[in-house]
Ligand binder design. Structure first.
Ligand code: CA2
Length: 145
């Protein structure tokens, strides 16, 4: 049995309730439940965590080491474009992660086109809507279970 972690950053708790034209109408709980079900069907476990606070995400990344997490699926939200702390946390644990963005960050404002995490990610999925999470999990299960 392998362990996977679905991590979501600031404001992603609002999924499904606002800005559906950009982020769709599915809630974060729906996404978490769906991915958890896929994991369980493959006899693996998914832990899900969302926070609006950078330090809580950093702590969860540190804890992933002790929890023997095989791969992290991470939508860092706006911290993508600002957080050296998250980059350092991910660099320090030696667990592969897949960066996911619901929207295509390269077709939006200039400030969204810089990610502090992409070059150290296993891979990046951006602009495929919430299906990006499922695609990331499919690859994570293949490569890291
Ligand atoms: O496209 C993505 O997944 C983003 O990571 C989402 C972040 C944004 O800052 C990144 O540039 C790209 C924003 C998440 C905000 O989520 C909301 C969801 C529903 C309503 C309002 C905000």
């Amino acid at each position: 049995m392998s362990n996977f972690l679905l991590l979501n950053g600031p404001n992603l708790n609002l999924l499904g309730s606002r800005e559906p034209e950009i982020y769709g109408s599915t809630s974060l709980a729906d996404i978490e439940n769906k991915l958890s079900k896929i994991c369980l069907e493959a006899s693996h476990l998914l832990d899900s965590f969302q926070s609006n606070a950078e330090h809580e995400l950093v702590n969860k990344i540190h804890e992933a080491k002790d929890a023997n997490v095989n791969c992290i699926i991470f939508n860092p939200g706006a911290f993508t474009h600002s957080s050296i702390a998250l980059r350092d946390a991910l660099s320090g644990i030696n667990i592969p992660f897949i960066e996911v963005h619901i929207s295509n960050i390269y077709s939006r404002e200039d400030f969204r086109q810089k990610s502090y995490l992409s070059d150290i990610a296993e891979g990046v999925i951006s602009g495929l809507g919430i299906e990006g999470y499922e695609l990331a999990l499919t690859v994570a299960l293949k490569r890291f279970s």
